[in-house]
Design a binder for this molecule. Structure first.
Ligand SMILES: [Zn+2]
Ligand SMILES: [Zn+2]
Length: 334
């Protein structure tokens, strides 16, 4: 079967209509007619080969929602017509220590939906059903897309690093990831602080769940927040004065990266020692965490703010994202 998609044929080039011959439906596979696919900033990094891991033609897209149109012989728990979602990860060995302890995201043999595979900017896809997720009924398809990568990216560190309701959580960058992080941290019961270089995002940040807004371009405003936070999630891909952010932590506080800064992360060790601080990171989440996150989002009415665009206008959508004009997550629709 030929699959119609949009692909980058070369690094940093606009996407073009692209047809490829799909793989055969394996025993564990499902075929999914894609209705929606979110655009994540990682897709832009892949198109531009910022991480040096891209191969072309490259069909981006790893926030996939659609309807099952065929199931392989060993597939359990899924049937034709069912709505499912697929995120960044599309496979793992399922036998190693990480896989058997629910951290498939850390499997050395992890496979990624649109790295070395053709992703979700397409009419359909064949994927391993063991990395597909049922979407709770109350979550719309356009909201489900961004939860499958952006949502799990900011939910998982709150759980993995044991953030508690008594904690004060900061979120750096109020964009596609950050606006979901504010909602999750608020639903966890935390006191939530938004750091943003765009002062005009304050009203929206508060609506998403921030109790405090710090216009972070002003060093004096950052200084006022000194010693006030237990856990910070950094969602941005730019370079910041990390010493200034470490100074906003309370003793035993953690600064957690889920976005990749452009340059090496530099900071002074002394404040780290005297505050017994940690600098850490988190990458998506395992399958159990994904199911938990979707259930939590459904119960707490957590949803990304999306702009839905026809799949054909993918290049305009990418341009908007690159120019930081998306509010907050763009979802392509077939
Ligand atoms: Zn992503
Ligand atoms: Zn494994």
């Amino acid at each position: 079967m030929k699959i119609s998609s949009y692909a980058a044929l070369m690094q940093k080039k606009p996407l073009e209509p692209f047809q490829y011959e799909s793989k055969k439906l394996g025993d564990w596979d499902i075929e999914v007619a894609i209705t929606h696919c979110g655009i994540c900033y990682s897709d832009v990094h892949l198109i531009d080969n910022d991480w040096g891991m891209s191969t072309y033609p490259l069909v981006p897209g790893h926030e996939i929602v659609g309807t099952i149109t065929a199931v392989g012989g060993k597939v359990a728990g899924f049937e034709k017509g069912q709505r499912v979602g697929i995120g960044w990860q599309c496979g793992a060995c399922l036998n190693c220590e990480m896989c058997t302890t629910g951290m498939e995201n850390l499997c050395p043999e992890h496979r990624d939906t649109c790295v070395g595979n053709f992703g979700g900017f397409a009419r359909s896809i064949i994927v391993d059903s063991r990395f597909a997720y049922d979407i709770p009924e109350s979550i719309t398809s356009e909201a489900a897309g961004p939860l499958l990568c952006g949502g799990i990216t900011v939910y998982s560190p709150l759980r993995h690093y044991d953030v508690k309701p008594s904690h004060r959580v900061g979120v750096i960058g109020i964009g596609g990831l950050g606006h979901m992080a504010l909602q999750f941290a608020n639903a966890f019961g935390c006191e939530v602080t938004a750091f943003s270089s765009s002062p005009n995002k304050e009203a929206e940040a508060r609506e998403f769940g921030a109790h405090r807004f710090i216009p972070s371009a002003d060093p004096a405003e950052l200084q006022k927040a000194a010693g006030s936070l237990d856990f910070i999630i950094s969602t941005i891909h730019g370079d910041l004065n990390w010493d200034a952010y470490l100074a906003t932590l309370r003793p035993n506080g953690k600064l957690c990266f889920v976005g990749v800064p452009d340059s090496a992360i530099a900071f002074q060790a002394f404040p780290l020692l005297f505050g017994q601080l940690s600098v850490c990171a988190s990458v998506i989440g395992g399958r159990a965490m994904m199911k938990e996150m979707l259930g939590f989002a459904a119960r707490h009415h957590i949803a990304p703010q999306t702009e839905v665009t026809p799949m054909e206008q993918v290049n305009e959508a990418i341009r908007k994202l690159k120019e930081n004009r998306a509010r907050y997550r763009i979802v392509l629709k077939n």
